[in-house]
Design a protein around this ligand. Structure first.
Ligand code: HEC
Length: 118
């Protein structure tokens, strides 16, 4: 450790340094621990998303892109609750009758893959 770092440590204090370093780690871990997606099964979500062919219809409307629906500048979903609601809406539109847990799995998968709400 250089003398300057020593000095900074004394000024800033160890806890502040640890706090700064811990921040990005915690934000990352929060990915699937969001209240709205608690207990969600991402593997099942991805499987259902594939089985229900969600991406095909979106791609038809987004010039062939399977992701643009979620990443377009004027997308409709801005928070986890809206993501759950929109997922439910598309599921209902498809005449699929899923359990709330299954809708949550899909929404959590979309969050992990595209929206990344924390
Ligand atoms: C028959 C076509 C179709 C299918 C199939 C479909 N969707 Fe959609 N979806 C749409 C359209 C159209 C929009 C955009 C609606 C709008 O802009 O108001 C959309 C938007 C969405 C959005 C919001 C995107 C945003 O703006 O942030 C989500 C989330 C979503 N769909 C999830 C799903 C899921 C999950 C499935 C599969 C269960 C699915 N969709 C299947 C047509 C479809």
């Amino acid at each position: 450790m250089t003398p300057t770092m020593h000095l900074m440590r004394r000024i800033v204090g160890n806890s502040a340094l640890i706090g700064l370093m811990g921040l990005p780690l915690m934000a990352h871990a929060a990915d699937t621990t969001l209240h709205e997606f608690q207990g969600a099964n991402l593997v099942k979500g991805q499987q259902a998303y594939t089985d229900l062919k969600c991406a095909a219809c979106h791609a038809e409307r987004m010039m062939g892109s399977t992701s643009a629906m979620y990443t377009r500048p004027d997308r409709k979903v801005h928070n986890p609750r809206q993501l759950l609601a929109f997922t439910q809406m598309c599921v209902t539109q498809l005449n699929h009758d899923l359990f709330p847990e299954e809708v949550k799995d899909i929404a959590a998968y979309l969050n992990q893959t595209y929206y990344k709400f924390k």
